[in-house]
Ligand binder design. Structure first.
Ligand code: GDP
Length: 482
């Protein structure tokens, strides 16, 4: 729920149960301090062990981050081309790629991997990362310095010779435990973990490969997926992950709220929307519309689906179609519907419905859509600022309806700690029946997990191994934490 007024006394825990560190300049990132005024307090408390590990990582980021002697030292090794097994500082460099929701999910995954392997996380700033997110670590920067010696990131794809998978294929590196043939390891490898990765790239998720990667100081990682669920299936990390996240479904909820703080410009978009439209109503309903159908939208069947879901699940009140309408003299509560979509038709139709007819419950329903950008414009700065603001606004709602397979919706549900109603993907231009179902957990779905038993070296169903990793509601072959 959105707080009554952001100017009200901040008596609540502004550090999110110890998740956020002190030591930042408040004015440089208002959202870090003010989010507590707009967001409902989370019932999910981070584990003391997670807090301890975050503080440890923060001191590592400071000790080995850009401009330090240890960083310069690590860069010298990188330039030499060889690994030094006794390096004090080891790094994961996350490379920017894909739509904003995808980027946030892969970045949170890379962050968890860094936490698990005692590495620093540095990020390629791409076109807009620094305009969208505040620095998450105190007294240092997570932005990869512009003079980083490797910069042909655009050539890093599944075919790149530096990729771990391709190095394995041509036997430039061997994933055999305690193998001495790996006497001289490279100073870096590229981990291609994008949706189009190949079978040898997927060996990243095997124990022996993790042992080997541990000896390589620089890992350059490019991904557009939430690969966290498969980390839970790697034996070395299983116990540690259980200690970090006794409540498995809170991984993105905690890591996302730790990492992603809107910059002051994005915070302006968010707070102005809240103050003008969202804080006034008693209940907020978010409807995230993302249409992957080919062909030119908007689509009537998608509107029908949104309404069928919202009305049958009683998320929104029915309207009275009696003529003349029964108009109650008292207002029985108020709801605001926040619609996000690249198109404005769904918003306009819902708004007209509640303007032209009274609700049967006597509630007042207002409808708001911050932007309708028409089409996806990845890495265009103002476009992505709006996208980030809208994901954040959705995360502030009380009830959320999302579109199947959309990472934009996953970010919102995870940050908000919400189990959304998922609108199933329409097939052949018709409304699915049922139109939606409630998510099992607030976690994002990993759309392209490996299906491989590393020990037996055979294909297997990785969604049937442990109780906390299941197939997703919206992508049957995907994996999610529950
Ligand atoms: P996904 O494609 O739904 O998984 O989500 P992504 O966020 O990865 O990519 C979609 C991109 O399209 C976003 O990053 C935005 O740039 C844009 N986009 C999609 N839906 C919306 C929306 O409702 N509002 C805004 N402002 N942008 C959107």
């Amino acid at each position: 729920r959105v707080g009554s007024s952001p100017s009200s006394n901040n008596t609540r825990d502004g550090f999110l149960g110890g998740l956020l560190a002190a030591g930042f300049d408040e004015g440089s990132c208002l959202s870090r301090y003010q989010s507590v005024l707009y967001r409902k307090e989370s019932p999910h408390i981070p584990s003391p062990y997670l807090l301890e590990r975050l503080r440890r990582l923060e001191s590592l980021q400071k000790k080995c981050g850009p401009k330090t002697e240890l960083y310069n030292n690590a860069i010298a090794w990188l330039k030499s081309g060889h690994s030094n097994k006794t390096m004090e500082c080891n790094y994961v460099v996350w490379l920017s790629y894909s739509g904003l929701g995808n980027r946030m999910l892969s970045l949170a995954s890379a962050f968890l991997y860094a936490l698990l392997t005692n590495r620093l996380l540095l990020i390629d700033r791409g076109a807009d990362m620094a305009d969208l997110f505040c620095e998450p670590f105190p007294e240092t920067s997570w932005l990869l310095p512009l003079d980083f010696p490797i910069n042909q990131f655009s050539s890093f794809n599944r075919k790149a010779p530096q990729s771990y998978g391709n190095m394995l294929k041509r036997k430039a590196i061997r994933n055999v435990p305690d193998d001495n043939a790996n006497g001289s390891l490279p100073a870096y490898v590229y981990l291609h973990l994008g949706h189009d990765y190949g079978d040898s790239d997927k060996l990243f998720f095997c124990e022996d490969d993790q042992q080997l990667l541990r000896k390589i100081p620089w890992l350059l990682l490019r991904s557009n997926v939430y690969f966290v669920p498969s980390l839970f299936l790697i034996p070395t990390y299983e116990e540690e992950l259980g200690r970090l996240f006794p409540e498995r479904e809170t991984v993105f909820h905690h890591l996302g709220r730790y990492l992603f703080h809107p910059t002051n410009s994005v915070w302006g978009l968010i707070t102005r929307s809240c103050l003008s439209y969202l804080t006034k109503a008693e209940e907020r309903i978010g409807i995230q519309v993302r249409v992957f159908d080919v062909g030119k939208g908007p689509f009537q069947h998608v509107l029908d689906q949104i309404l069928a879901c919202s009305l049958t699940e009683k998320l929104l009140p029915e309207v009275s179609l009696h003529d003349p309408p029964v108009v109650s003299s008292t207002v029985a509560g108020s709801k605001v519907v926040l619609v996000t979509s690249l198109d404005s038709m769904y918003f306009e139709k819902i708004r007209s419905m509640y303007w032209e007819h009274p609700t049967t419950t006597g509630e007042i329903v207002s409808v708001y859509q911050p932007s309708h950008e028409g089409y996806q414009q990845t890495e265009k700065q103002t476009h992505e600022m709006k996208a980030w603001a809208e994901m954040y606004l959705l995360s502030l709602t009380d009830v959320l309806v999302t579109s199947a397979r959309s990472t934009f919706g996953y970010v919102a549900q995870g940050l908000g700690g919400l189990k959304p109603w998922i609108l199933f993907k329409p097939e052949n231009g018709t409304m699915p029946k049922p139109p939606c179902r409630r998510a099992m957990s607030m976690e994002p779905c990993f759309h392209t997990p490996p299906y491989y038993d590393c020990k037996a070296k055979v294909v297997m169903d990785t969604g049937a191994l442990i109780p906390h990793v299941r197939h997703c509601e919206d992508v049957t072959w995907g994996l999610k934490l529950v």
